[in-house]
Design a protein around this ligand. Structure first.
Ligand code: NOJ
Length: 576
């Protein structure tokens, strides 16, 4: 382990004086696994390729679940593995109740759930209710049936504006760039209506004003609940319902108001009618017992509004993107952690914490960028200033140690336990993210954080696929991050995560409480106590003296020297 247990002799602190801003869970809360769990996101196409076609698959997931059990996770969330033309990495679903042949079959899926159950790991699947693929049979039927048909009423079709209907029905923009409307050619060959797609034109939005859509998604929920899933991560949970009349929107495309439009509710973001949908879904889940969960991917600001989604009759969890986007700044982390705990506590929901996922640059890359990245949001490319990988690694390990010390739910993204950075030198010819195409390369998209994982340093494609093929290229030196190299190396990132997860479980930090150690409030050092563990991360430029304590875990060898925590590092200590 990177921890070198040792005693630090310094000023004593008295934990008894600490005031918890977040009290430990009650007995009822402790019984609910989803309040404290560590959930590991598997992006199946890049996890592990079992059949050698260059795409990860569900057989690969089943084969490597032992590794995740060894890491110590409680559950896995599988990003979409459904039949899909893969125009948006599987978030363009053409059949919600099957498995794409590149990933396997329903039998392979059942095998994953069964193997996971044997290992004590729950399986959460991704539900994509805002839109489907243009190849979904319902959308094909809608195109064939023509204007005014019940088939079209499942989607958001409108006549265009202007004399010949050649202008889109409103000014909405796609999240991936360009207009959010595409005009169809009617069955008789004439230019016709327009359909709404908040994302790629291959992803038509469903019409959630139509009860038939509600029925269809209840059927889908039950299909997977019957197969034993522990719950659903709900994609774009904030956008299903659109405001009546589809009015123009002059704020930002991500739903955030502008100065001219302060606090305005975007007509496709967080509409009040959404809450009844999630109330109904919670009832459906409850029919299967109390331990099935819903986690919202909801881009809703501020936190006080977001928590409306996790009131006791709606979702169980929602991702905390305010935490994910916090820069390397102790005061800012202090604020976002405190505001998160207060806001979620106010509705009795657990706070979730996440640093990386398949939509953003990995935190080992983000934290290695000094100043503001030239290209914020999507990934970095060969033309951009390259991140300082060493700095990113050091800080990422400290940030992870901070996150794993917090009470609540932690989401990990596959490969962060290996310290993986993004592929920031990926040649553009490989890019698959629709954002790249729809913005003519102005935004690079998210491929850099979706690179196939390295498993075995001595094997082809770093052990991802026995054929040596990978659907996205791996960067040079990827084998150095391979799991086999890290498993038995006490100083590796994998060993750090494994040790932190073990201690987190042993000390029940997930159900614990949080108090700031005010001695450090004025410094660039974040310091909080959970149970008997003091978590400290030094985000400043100078050494910080540790209190009298026993070191439990350090973010890297050399993090603690002469009783001080070095800049960029983190530590878990037990106060003495
Ligand atoms: C959020 C998903 O995480 C992202 O990958 C996807 O492109 C959009 N939703 C659209 O489904």
């Amino acid at each position: 382990m990177s921890a070198l247990p040792s005693d630090i002799q310094s000023d004593p602190v008295a934990p008894a004086e600490l005031t918890a801003i977040h009290p430990a869970d009650t007995a009822e809360g402790v019984a609910q696994w989803w309040r404290s769990s560590v959930i590991y996101q598997v992006y199946p196409r890049s996890f592990r390729d079992f059949d050698g076609d260059g795409n990860g698959d569900l057989a690969g997931v089943a084969a490597e679940l032992d590794q995740l059990a060894e890491l110590g996770v409680d559950a896995v969330w599988l990003s979409p593995f459904y039949p899909s033309p893969q125009r948006d990495g599987g978030y363009d679903v053409s059949d919600y109740c099957d498995v794409d042949p590149i990933f396997g079959t329903l039998n392979t899926f059942d095998h994953v759930v069964e193997r996971a159950r044997e290992l004590g790991i729950r399986v959460i699947v991704d539900l994509v209710p805002n839109h489907c693929s243009e190849e979904h049979s319902l959308f094909r039927a809608a195109l064939a049936a023509g204007p005014g048909s019940p088939e079209r009423a499942l989607f958001v079709f409108r006549d265009g504006k202007g004399a010949d209907g050649a202008e889109p029905p409103n000014n909405w923009q796609s999240h991936f760039g360009g207009p959010a409307w595409t005009r169809v050619v009617e069955p008789d060959g004439t230019p016709g209506q327009w359909y709404l797609h908040l994302f790629d034109s291959s992803q038509p939005d469903f019409n959630w004003d139509n009860p038939a859509v509600h029925e269809e998604f209840e059927r889908i929920l039950r299909f997977w609940l019957d197969r034993g899933v522990a719950g659903f991560r709900v994609d774009v949970a904030h956008s299903l319902v659109k405001k009546d009349g589809l009015p123009d929107w002059h704020g930002r495309p991500d739903g955030v108001g502008t100065e001219d439009y302060p606090g305005h509710l975007a007509p496709m973001f967080g509409q009040p009618a959404l809450h009844d949908i999630y109330r109904r879904w919670r009832e459906v889940l409850a029919e299967y017992g109390e331990d099935r969960v819903l986690c919202a991917e909801a881009s809703i600001d501020p936190l006080d509004r977001l928590v409306n989604w996790v009131r006791p009759d709606q979702m169980h969890q929602t991702f905390n993107f305010a935490f994910l986007s916090c820069p390397w700044d102790a005061a800012k982390y202090r604020t976002v952690i405190e505001e998160s705990l207060r806001a979620f506590d106010s509705v009795g929901a657990p706070t979730t914490w996440v640093l990386s996922n398949h939509d953003v640059p990995r935190h080992a890359t983000r934290l290695g960028v000094e100043g503001v990245p030239a290209r914020p949001g999507d990934g970095l490319g060969p033309e951009d200033q390259q991140p300082n990988l060493q700095l990113g690694q050091v800080r990422a390990r400290a940030a992870s140690l901070m996150m794993l010390g917090l009470p609540g739910v932690v989401y990990l993204y596959q490969g962060e336990e290996l310290g993986l950075p993004d592929h920031t030198m990926m040649p553009h010819s490989f890019r698959q993210d629709p954002t790249y195409r729809r913005t003519a390369g102005a935004r690079l998209g998210r491929d850099g954080s979706r690179v196939p994982l390295p498993w075995n340093s001595a094997a082809a494609a770093a052990g991802f696929s026995r054929s040596g093929t990978t659907w996205l290229p791996q960067p040079a030196g990827w084998d150095e991050f391979a799991r086999d190299r890290q498993r038995h190396d006490a100083s590796s990132t994998l060993s750090l995560y494994t040790a932190a997860l073990e201690l987190r479980r042993k000390k029940d930090l997930g159900h614990g409480s949080l108090s700031w150690l005010s001695d450090y409030d004025d410094t660039a050092c974040l310091a909080f106590v959970n149970r008997d563990v003091l978590v400290m991360v030094n985000m400043g430029d100078t050494d910080v003296r540790l209190p009298r304590s026993e070191v439990l875990l350090t973010s890297a060898a050399g993090a603690v020297a002469d009783g001080c925590l070095r800049p960029g590092h983190g530590v878990w200590v037990r106060l003495m």
